[in-house]
Ligand binder design. Structure first.
Ligand code: SF4
Ligand code: SF3
Ligand code: F3S
Length: 366
């Protein structure tokens, strides 16, 4: 691909119509929560700006994040990542191998110092000098430091990179740690999820291309446009939660009616992610809509903190209703407990309405 070719020129060369290109720009603007007046800026940036050099490192991970991008139903989503930006180095997909591959990485670092994006999938490892994940004969943690040093910014893509995910779960034998524990001298954008939605990283990169800076982040370092709401806030089953109608087991009548999955372990009330808004596979569905409780895959330490299919304890707290900026990571568990109380109360109200009576206990519960 010629280096001066713009994203639009490349898209046209690949058979994308102008109409589809404009639809893509509009979709990105809407997902980023931008005002309609910003739409021409996205179009102009993608029409005129040359490729953005990107180095994509795969550290300790299962490659589900790469798969999420590759399987994106929207042709321009994965195309933007894999073809329209210059993916100068990415182990699972690059044709080069061995010394040739490392030479491509070094060339990008030399040709674009301070201006390439580094996307990292996977966790860094500290155990035994980082021997549990090596690339080209060196510890991947050392490689991460080296490549991050000359990057403009770092996108930690997926829960492995943002919270060490499965490898970081107890007893964490490799001492897996998130990217931001290692990279201290560059902006780090956390895009959590196991895996994240493809549109989220694409939107983050489109924002960077358009404005030349990283998007606004939450206090946990995540793009606000995608991580400011809880799955619960926009959930398709929310009306059943509010009505106190809960699935008690996966084969009961409530499950067949599409009732709320909270009592079978749904972590949607404590999980900040765009699943209920953006949905997956070009807006087809997301776990809760398909009948599975949210397991909180975008939250820190979700593997240790949130046992699957287990209802959280009902302990009161007033954190309910706070948004992604006002609630810290440590409060997330407490929010879940508060929601448990809310869920319990709506069930009580429903039960009371059903029985047509008011009890002393119910009044105290309010
Ligand atoms: Fe949806 Fe889960 Fe919230 Fe129920 S608890 S409304 S299933 S996110
Ligand atoms: Fe990791 Fe949870 Fe993406 Fe699957 S295992 S790579 S996040
Ligand atoms: Fe993960 Fe929950 Fe979305 S499990 S994919 S954050 S609905």
């Amino acid at each position: 691909m010629p280096e001066a070719e713009s994203y639009y020129q490349l898209a046209r060369r690949r058979g994308v119509t102008r109409r589809d290109f404009l639809k893509f720009c509009a979709m990105m603007g809407a997902m980023l929560g931008l005002d309609a007046a910003e739409f021409p800026k996205i179009v102009h940036a993608l029409e005129t700006k040359p490729r953005l050099p990107v180095i994509y490192l795969n550290l300790q991970e299962c490659t589900c994040c790469t798969e999420s991008l590759l399987r994106s139903a929207h042709p321009l989503i994965s195309d933007l990542i894999f073809n329209m930006i210059s993916l100068d180095y990415m182990e699972p997909l690059q044709a080069a191998a061995g010394k040739q591959a490392e030479a491509a990485r070094l060339k990008t670092m030399k040709d674009y110092p301070g201006s390439y994006l580094l996307v990292v999938e996977g966790s860094a490892t500290l155990g035994d000098g980082g021997v549990y994940c090596t690339i080209g004969g060196v510890s991947s943690t050392e490689l991460l430091k080296e490549v991050a040093d000359s990057a403009a910014a770092v996108i930690a893509f997926g829960s492995c990179a943002t919270n060490a995910c499965v490898q970081g779960a107890y007893p964490n034998p490799t001492q897996a740690v998130p990217v931001r524990r290692i990279v201290k001298n560059k902006p780090v954008i956390d895009v959590p999820g196991c895996p994240p939605i493809a549109e989220v990283i694409t939107g983050t990169i489109v924002h960077y291309i358009t404005y030349g800076k990283i998007p606004e982040l939450t206090n946990l370092g995540r793009p606000k446009a995608f991580y400011q709401h809880r799955v619960h806030d926009n959930c398709v089953r929310r009306a059943f939660f509010d009505a106190g109608q809960f699935v008690e087991s996966f084969d009961d009548a409530g499950a067949k009616q599409g009732w709320c999955l909270y009592k079978v372990g749904c972590k949607g009330p404590t999980t900040y992610n765009a699943c209920a808004i953006t949905e997956w596979n070009d807006g087809v569905s997301y776990p809760v809509k398909s009948g599975h409780p949210c397991i909180g895959c975008s939250e820190n330490n979700y593997f240790d903190n949130t046992p699957l299919y287990t209802h959280l304890a009902d302990i009161p707290n007033d954190a309910i209703g706070k948004d992604a900026d006002t609630i810290g990571a440590g409060l997330l568990g407490l929010t879940g407990m508060a929601v448990a109380v809310h869920a319990g109360m709506t069930a009580v109200v429903k039960n009371r309405e059903k029985n047509g009576k008011d009890s002393h206990h119910d009044k105290n519960s309010r």
